[in-house]
Design a protein. Structure first.
Length: 344
């Protein structure tokens, strides 16, 4: 029988790539969707019609229990979150509830549906759980590169909420013997990235400027450094983590760090533009507390998972610029296709 996976955050960047990957591995894939509107995966997946949907919300414990009871998944990937760091200052309580306490609700849904009670019973839970932890937990780092043992010093309500979810996942593993793991993923991007994140903001602006639709791009901290990889590569690591014999946490990144300025320079040059003629620094985009630099040491993932990234930074930025040039050059209705299946 096909293995069955439930993905929260199916409408997001990673949800779509993970769903495609699991479908290609022969999985039955379910996605949790919230709200009343007819959901769709923002045209992100050719395979949208093959994904089954169930209604639920990380704010609503009952809906998560009902989803797990209905589907009986072999694996749960908790990707749902408020994931945009600046929003986490504007809606700190909501971020804590969704990105942080949402992890507790999902773990509790699995625990209760698996009939696990107070005592530690190793291996008793059949449902394997993946938590989308983040390099934002490292925050203000005093060692580089960062490993699974680097201490956390989160710099935003988002980073704090992720640290809570991370420790809780570890705690449920240790308390109840659940197969619950965290992937500490560094920034990963794609043509499906939300337009508010810096890579996509830049690739969209390059396309607009190239096509004469705009002249200026306003950005915040150009000195910030990130370890940027391709989302399509990173979802393979998520899946590999749930196929291990023992539940363990892994850092996933490329091990190479670049500044926002380097990103901008490359993206503009790919379109034959000089970034200095178009980019303006605007304090409106500077954060109350930024993470100045992050760089992964993915050594454990390379050695134990046999995972490694296939897409270079240059290829990634090229993909994004090319995709946005095509997107903005194409006239007509680019509304994405609907899911063909019903929503539970
Ligand atoms: P994303 O594109 O922002 O997607 C977030 C998803 O969360 C969306 O599907 C959204 O659904 C869903 N969501 C929001 N509130 C929810 C709620 N109350 N209940 C259920 N679902 C809810 O994020 P992503 O880039 O794919 O990232 C996936 C996960 O990895 C997130 O947890 C993120 O924090 C984490 N992460 C991302 C990165 C990265 O660089 N991309 C790095 C480390 C960790 P709607 O469409 O309904 O809003
Ligand atoms: O910012 C700087 C900004 O918003 C990257 C999320 O997926 O990765 C992501 O979080 C850097 C920051 O991503 C602008 O100050 C400058 O230093 O693309 P970002 P993020 O905050 O690193 C982690 C791993 C996650 O887990 C998160 O969910 O770029 N920057 N100027 C700017 N950033 C934005 N967004 N917009 C600017 O104008």
């Amino acid at each position: 029988m096909a293995r069955c996976a439930l993905i929260t955050g199916i409408t997001g960047q990673d949800g779509s790539y993970l769903a495609e990957h699991l479908l290609s591995e022969g999985y039955e894939v379910w996605g949790l969707v919230r709200g009343q509107a007819d959901p769709w995966v923002r045209g992100r997946s050719e395979l949208a019609g093959e994904i089954r949907l169930i209604r639920g919300d990380l704010l609503d414990q009952g809906s998560l229990i009902a989803a797990v009871e209905r589907i009986h998944p072999d694996e749960v990937y908790n990707l749902g979150a408020i994931s945009y760091v600046p929003m986490s200052w504007q809606q700190a309580e909501l971020t804590s509830e969704v990105t942080g306490v949402g992890v507790l609700r999902m773990l509790e849904a699995i625990r209760t549906c698996s009939g696990i009670s107070g005592s530690r019973t190793p291996g008793s839970a059949q449902i394997r759980f993946y938590q989308a932890s983040s390099s934002e937990m490292f925050g203000m780092v005093d060692e580089s590169p960062q490993t699974e043992r680097t201490p956390f010093h989160p710099r935003s309500p988002y980073g704090v909420a992720k640290a809570y979810g991370h420790f809780l996942t570890q705690n449920y593993r240790e308390s109840y013997g659940m197969f619950a793991v965290s992937g500490i993923l560094f920034n990963h991007e794609s043509p499906r990235r939300g337009p508010e994140f810096v890579t996509r903001k830049v690739s969209l602006a390059v396309a607009r400027i190239k096509l004469g639709l705009e002249r200026q791009l306003r950005l915040g901290n150009l000195a910030a450094r990130r370890d940027w990889g391709f989302a399509g590569d990173y979802v393979r690591a998520m899946h590999l983590m749930l196929t291990q014999d023992e539940p363990e946490d892994f850092v996933v990144g490329t091990g190479v760090t670049r500044s926002v300025e380097e990103l901008v320079e490359l993206a503009f040059s790919l379109a034959g533009l000089d970034w200095k003629e178009h980019v303006v620094c605007d304090t409106a985009f500077v954060r109350p507390a930024d993470v100045n630099q992050l760089c992964a040491d993915p050594g454990k993932a390379l050695a134990k998972l046999g995972w490694k990234p296939k897409t270079s930074f240059e290829e990634l930025v090229g993909l994004m610029v090319e995709s946005d040039l095509e997107l903005l050059s194409t006239p007509g209705d680019r509304r994405p296709p609907s899911f063909s299946s019903d929503v539970w």
